[in-house]
Design a protein around this ligand. Sequence first.
Ligand code: FAD
Length: 314
Amino acid sequence: MDTEVLVIGAGVSGLTTAVCLAEADHRVAVHTDRLPAQTTSAVAGAMIATVGEGDPGPIARGAATLAEMTALAEQPGTGVRITTGTFAARPAFPSAPPGADVLPGFQMCDPAELPDGFGMGFRGSVPLVDMPHYLAYLQGRLSAAGGTMRVAPVGSLAHAAELAPLVVNCAGLGARELAGDSDLHGVRGQHVLVRNPGLTEFFLEAPLGPTWAGVFPHGEHVVLGGIFDPDDHRAEPDPAIADAILRACTEVVPELADAEVIGHQVGFRPVRRTVRLEAEQLGAATVVHNYGHGGNGVTLSWGCAREVLALLAG
Ligand SMILES: Cc1cc2nc3c(=O)[nH]c(=O)nc-3n(C[C@H](O)[C@H](O)[C@H](O)COP(=O)(O)OP(=O)(O)OC[C@H]3O[C@@H](n4cnc5c(N)ncnc54)[C@H](O)[C@@H]3O)c2cc1C
């Protein structure tokens, strides 16, 4: 089978885009230098909620993803689950919580329901995504639609353009080199994974600053965060940061006090001033870029993938 579309990258952007294209009857091959479970995408929390305020592009992409993820939560085996919980601020949100404008059904809490030190909160339900599980689901869906995946680094876009007439660049931070984009940089995040002591609700401190308490239950385990540090480039988890995350999360959810720590994760968000989603011509090939989603790559994934499909159809 000749490849019609070569997708670079097997994170959430690459796999979602590849699924959209393969299900629209394109002959798709994904080339990636890392397996899905080793990507930044596998580290995400991941909540579908943090959609940019005021800008119609990200809001529409987030809304498309919210609708798709809500439907996926109805199906077994996807890793997506509708989860109720609280966004809370100390002492108060300067405005609505992130995503509240597109998330139906969020209600302001009675302050008495909030942990000590928090002045305002909203309760509602969002899709939470267990990312390793979800990426495996996407990989299966891609293969069911006839798409293929190979572990093969792509040295340059020009080389990719020799392999297929249509190329989609979903290389995440790798696009810095691949597309020569110095506007793209990695912002470090760190998570602590604990065995779930019985939590069913999420908690997220807002607005997100350099550090916050984030508690995301995924059945057997809970993902705890978080930090946002553009100046730290260490790939190894920092034990002092892990302790601070555990302390902050236990303060808001005391049931975590004796939870067994089962893992640590570090990931680098591919931050850019705006997501790059556009087509360019490279010789005879068309290259569509889809990268630079920062801390919202899961939230924007279906909306962006459908835009890529529309661009290629156009
Ligand atoms: C701690 C943390 C928490 C987060 N929480 C959330 C959240 O709650 N909600 C949310 O929406 N987002 C969240 N994010 C952000 C989200 O993880 C990213 O925006 C998203 O994963 C980006 O996906 P991607 O597919 O574009 O990139 P990646 O997942 O980095 O995938 C890039 C792919 O490209 C491949 N690649 C790169 N260069 C090459 C090359 N030259 N040749 C071949 N392959 C190449 C890589 O191997 C990889 O497969 C979080 C991120 C972090 C770090």
